[in-house]
Ligand binder design. Sequence first.
Ligand code: PLP
Ligand code: COI
Length: 341
Amino acid sequence: MTKLTAEELDFDNLDFSYKDLPYRYQAEYHNGAWEPGKLITDSNITLSEAAVVLHYGQEVFEGLKAYRRKDGGINLFRPDRNAKRMRESAERLLMAGYPVPDFIEAAKAVVKANQDFVPPYESGGSLYLRPMLIATTPMVGVKPGKDFIFRIYATPVGAYYPGGMKPTAFVTSEFDRAAHGGTGQAKVGGNYAASLLPGEEAHRAGFSDVVYLDPRQHQYIEELGSANFFGITKDGQFKTPKSPSILPSITKFSLIDLAKEMGMNPVETPISIDELDEFAEAGAMGTAAVISPVGSITHQAKKHVFYSETEVGPKTKALYDRLIGIQYGDQTGPTGWVVDV
Ligand code: PLP
Ligand code: COI
């Protein structure tokens, strides 16, 4: 793949796709220890055909973004939380966790090295960082690997769901994404493999993404294929599902804090698919999704419309403005949320 130059990019019309930028960061783990990592230029990884990651899916990943400020500087949003969650995911898959301070330094190094690719302030874009951890030991039996590669690559992105802040349509599925007691709380590739078929079916039927229901009863909302879910009740309360099989979203925890600040009395609680009438507004929240309004959810062939299928609701907009205000450095947020690169 030939590397892009920043001049070749249309920063005002970015989609959510991979672009092969000049630099990525890599560190390797052998004989029980992490070797010093460094910036490299090769976007390929050479592996044994028997590498555990290729057969038994021993892989975890993260997603965080770098934002261009008005003063030209660059912010990372809560990289410590991604670093910690990656260690928790690694623990679930018996992998060596990458140290939190080294993760943050690596993220900064990748952003600095590719800084020409951080979209301009007000373009609406950001530089998405994809930290990943894979087991490289050749093994044929089902056992955890002992050798790992930690890598962070970067790619400039725009909106994840089509239209960004325009409401889109979602649909429930008969499929499950993750089991209680499974790996839903960890950010592992296998969860996303399980979501490909239901996701594709939803896309083919014209929906943005799937609303997964709980794997036991198919009664309670879990999360979306690529984001957590929230609803805002008619009396203005922010509600988001509580479940043992969903990703502990950093955007969700941030929005819970911001909703508190904005008097929206946030709560994490089981949300029944039969209670959708309770919500005046609904949205998807995540690093890639940011806040994307959910215009409707179709469940068992019945469409439930929230605020509007074409306009974003006022509370969703207020939360979005506050969140991106902090991320792009226009507003002051809670201490430590924003890290200068
Ligand atoms: N849920 C799923 C399945 C996701 O893929 C993501 C994206 O990372 C999220 C939730 C949101 O998590 P975060 O806000 O930490 O990006
Ligand atoms: C993210 O928001 O970072 C995600 O991981 C969602 C998706 C692109 C997998």
